[in-house]
Design a protein around this ligand. Sequence first.
Ligand code: ZN
Length: 473
Amino acid sequence: MPETKVKKEEDFHEWYNEIVELADLCDKRYPIKGMNVWKPHGWRIMQNIDNLIREEMFSTNHKEVYFPLLIPESLFKKEEEHIEGFFQEVFWVTHAGDNELEERWLLRPTSETAMYPIFALWIRSHSDLPLKIFQIVNTFRYETKQTRAFIRVREIHFFEAHTAHVDFEDAERQIEEYKEIASRFFRKLCIPFIFNKRPEWDKFAGAYYTISMDALMPSGRTLQLGSIHQYRDNFARPYNIKYEDVNGEHKYCHQTTYGMSERILGAIVGIHGDNRGIVLPPVISPIKVVIIPIIFKGKEREVLEKCREINDRLKEAGIESHVDEREDTPGSKFYDWELKGVPLRIEIGPKELEKRTVVIARRDTGERVEVSEDNLLDEVRRLFDLISENLYRRAEEFMKNHIATVDTIEEAKNSRAYIFELPWCGEKDCALRMEEELDLKTLGEPLHVDIGDKRCAACGGRAKTFVRLAKTY
Ligand code: ZN
């Protein structure tokens, strides 16, 4: 089988750059760096990912909205920490034709400052709460670091959920719901991840605290897939988001957000892909089964008819399938569909025709099995489950094998792990010292820790928790 020029195990980043284009996900030749063209296959996969998160949102009573792209400067400037965090990344609109605008507008880097003045109008009484909305839109951030398809871009395909609650406790319950949603969602995509409570000095601008979801890429670097924020009333105060409680008292709302981006697709490509292409979890593959006729002279018509019949049966059962009838060799068709990550390939030739069987090949393992036509649907569904399970277990094993819990910086230096957990007193200086000595970045603390009587790996003081460190994207 043909393979990529660059091998994944030899140069992960070169392999990644090659595969995103070969698999027809995006075109990086658009003349603005970090703004890539979504190609049909990539866009359909992304839409399937979006639909999975929509399902999660609708089933937990969130409503979908769409807010404008442009935000007036005066609204943006209401929450100081938030502006400080984003100011250097913002694109400004200053003119309409020749005329300078009276007030500058910016392209949303995220939508708090677009939404919250409107929340203040929508929310009147406790009966309007909780307010739970989300949108899937493009956001813009001027990245100065090296851009990378789906991982570091300037026009971001962004999911953001925003909620408002009567008090801190209700907002905390929302955070729990988001953690459950994230766990279900990433399990479906076969991506194992860890939650990290981000350190004070690296939380989302304006947040009370931030929890990130981080996955481990084969390069040994972690990729932040998304984040959940507790705002408390940090935004409700400057944006005046108040409600009247049962006693007629006016109180500020407490708010949360949950954000993710096309980095999810970057993780799927990077974690599951191999030297023959990307490997898609069945749940998001636009085509789940591709049928390849194996044509021999004199049997063309019968083989094709059988392929179409099987295709119809799959479609009727709700399984997206496709017959590749192109004038091409089976081998080069195999190659094309493997590149695109289609989970199952069915081969039908004169031999199978005679036996009333089909051959099914798995994209993830390359295994081929012969299946009776009568058992086809059951077998296809069973294989989808096996593929999802295999992709998840493989990735989970890789991540678990590369997390090391150690007591000292020396131990970490001698370890071959990628993610380290070291006992930590909670002081910023100590985390920064560990970062420097190990040449890693702080991911944050695990959410639940039993630290016992360990000593901080930097200062030797009593440890309060573990700090996790890794190389990051
Ligand atoms: Zn310390």
